[in-house]
Design a protein around this ligand. Structure first.
Ligand SMILES: [Cu+2]
Length: 159
C-alpha cells in the first residue's frame, strides 16, 4: 500500500509545485520587452533632470526624489546604491523604464524579470503598471557594501 502511494504522492507534489509556479508567473508583473542602446551619460543626465523638473512631486524618499511621470519613457539613473527617481505609476498604463548605470555593473530585478546593467548601456524595460500596490525593483548583481539595500521605489497610484 505505502509502496504504491509514494510515487503518486511525488507526482501530486510536483504537479502542485508546477501549478504554484505557473500562478506565480501569471500573477506577476507584465514585462513586455527589454531593449538596449548606448547613451551619452551627460545627455542622459539632462533627460533625467528634465523629468525631475517636469514631473517631480516634491517628495523625497530616503534622499531620492519622487516623480509621477506621464506614461511612456522614464529615464532612471542607477548607481551605488540607488535607483533614481522613485516612481509613482498609474495603474494600467504602459511605461518604458530607461535604466542606465553610472558606476559599476548592477542589475534591475523587476517582478519576475531581471536585466543586467552595464555602465554606458541603457536597458529599456517596458511594463504595464499593475492594478495596485508596489512594484519591487532591486539590484541583483553584487555591487558592494550597500548592495542588499539597493531597492528602488515604484508605487502604483490610481488616476
Ligand atoms: Cu547590487
Amino acid at each position: 500500500m505505502l509502496k504504491g502511494f509514494a510515487p503518486v504522492a511525488l507526482i501530486l507534489a510536483s504537479l502542485i509545485l508546477a501549478l504554484g509556479w505557473l500562478m506565480g508567473r501569471t500573477g506577476g508583473l507584465d514585462i513586455l520587452a527589454a531593449q538596449s542602446y548606448r547613451a551619452d551619460p551627460s545627455e542622459f543626465h539632462g533627460r533625467h533632470l528634465a523629468l525631475l523638473a517636469s514631473h517631480g512631486t516634491g517628495q523625497v524618499i530616503d534622499g531620492i526624489p519622487v516623480v509621477r511621470p506621464a506614461p511612456g519613457d522614464v529615464p532612471m539613473l542607477v548607481k551605488r546604491w540607488e535607483f533614481s527617481p522613485a516612481l509613482e505609476l498609474e495603474a494600467g498604463k504602459t511605461y518604458r523604464l530607461h535604466l542606465l548605470s553610472e558606476d559599476v555593473v548592477h542589475s534591475a530585478a523587476i517582478g519576475e524579470s531581471e536585466v543586467l546593467l552595464q555602465p554606458g548601456e541603457v536597458k529599456v524595460v517596458t511594463l504595464v503598471a499593475p492594478a495596485a500596490g508596489r512594484v519591487r525593483i532591486q539590484c541583483g548583481e553584487y555591487c558592494g557594501l550597500g548592495h542588499t539595500k539597493m531597492i528602488g521605489s515604484i508605487e502604483i497610484v490610481s488616476p
